[in-house]
Design a protein around this ligand. Sequence first.
Ligand SMILES: Cc1ncc(C[n+]2csc(CCOP(=O)(O)OP(=O)(O)O)c2C)c(N)n1
Length: 286
Amino acid sequence: MPPQKLDTSTQLDAEMRRSLLRVLWRSRLGDLREQSLIRQGKGWFHISGMGHEALAGIAIHLEADDYAFPYYRDRAFCTQRGLSDFDLALAFYAKRDSSSGGRQLTGHFSDRALNIWSHPSPVGVHLLPACGAAWGMQLDGKPNVVYASLGEASARQGDFYEAVCFAKERQLPMVFVVQDNRIAISTSTTGTNPIALGVLDRSEWIRVDGSDVEAVAAAGRIAVEHARSGQGPAFIWCDVERFSNHSSADDQRMYRAADELEAMQQRDPIKLFQRSTHRGWAPYRS
Ligand SMILES: Cc1ncc(C[n+]2csc(CCOP(=O)(O)OP(=O)(O)O)c2C)c(N)n1
């Protein structure tokens, strides 16, 4: 798929913008709440999607029968897909009534009814099962697609290349999304990710700014339509920021400069989207 100029002019109407903005805030505030609960000793692990919220703009293009194989930064995506704050809280507290029966690591989202498949902790391991789901849909003649996401460091795992090869070989209805926050725990990935190394064919990847919710939604529309129309897998490379520590077991002030942490706030997808949404939002016009 060649790089395309993303047309963001007409695609989100006022109602969709408002509902998406609510989802983004629910995700952000849920992360902040879980962070403080951890500090109060009321949870045992937290991994956040703060900075990655724009990926919810891809979820708006998925149908109920599609499948999602997200990863742990996809809180906003999963919220848009239908995970409730209550479900997320059950998972955070590892409650018996949570989707995994309290057995899965928090942030490893799942929901049988929403077709959200919980990824195992070794990164990238969910990508081949994602291909399996897409292959099954294809064999059944269903018009559905599979979303599969990962971080840019995980895109160096063997599973990723096996999955991409298999998806291309079989022309599977899949949307692969790499969320590039330029860091893997505490290690910079700027020069070592597969796009930077020239390992992936750039012309096949839609590259999109993850601080721009509308651009991500536009990329998602193109990619989902491509996969759903039987043209094989689509690929999105999304540049995002990681606003939080890697997880609650980490403090990024130990390895990231204070000015870097401050500068990235300018790329907050929620604040930027809120600003543009309010500009075009009739009730707020004077
Ligand atoms: C196969 C494997 N190796 C190492 C780890 C430890 N680990 C967990 S998350 C992570 C960083 C992954 O970085 P990236 O894929 O860029 O995603 P990000 O966390 O930055 O969103 C690592 C190394 C793991 N879970 N699985």
